[in-house]
Design a protein around this ligand. Sequence first.
Ligand SMILES: N[C@@H](CCC(=O)N[C@@H](CS)C(=O)NCC(=O)O)C(=O)O
Length: 200
Amino acid sequence: MYKVYGDYRSGNCYKVKLMLHLLGQPYQWEAVNVLRGESRSEAFLAKNPNGKIPVLELDDGTCLWESNAILNFLAEGSEFLPSDPRLRTQVLQWQFFEQYSHEPYIAVARYIKLYLGLPKERRAEYEAKQLDGYHALNVMEQQLRRTPYLVGEAYSIADVALYAYTHVAEEGGFSLEAYPAIREWLARVASHPRHVGMFD
Ligand SMILES: N[C@@H](CCC(=O)N[C@@H](CS)C(=O)NCC(=O)O)C(=O)O
């Protein structure tokens, strides 16, 4: 059985959990508390030398890390990863966008606010995340006004990757008020029969 090393509050870890539920795949969850330094222990670094969660451990002991890479592994051969090269590239395009243009702003602002309680010394950094975070939401809104999912008509791991932190963007201080297409998409994703919430 797969073993997931993660934290329920982390969007990156939630991506893996959501994917496993969408696939109906059983797994064992091992809680890792990053604030207590558990992701920097020698034992954990042997699983991911980068010291970050999530990590997916396979039956043979192989450890996979980087949330979006794990999504690609899990979704291989399923309806959530198109086989057509152009569509597959668009899935990757949104996943790279998530890691470079969305997560560093929306997830990090949320981390500073929710995990750290918005300490004074990180307030300027938190404020600076807002502009780029809203830019990422604008990019998503444009696409979702055209198509029901990020890559056309079908729910894919591009949606899993971006749902994770977008659905809790308000915890990072981002209002979704001006983004009707994003709000409809969030509801569409959450209406999948095998959907699971972050804390379910
Ligand atoms: N690019 C990585 C980011 C992983 C990441 O930043 N994980 C955070 C939790 S959300 C973490 O482990 N932080 C602990 C640390 O950096 O010490 C991914 O997508 O998996």
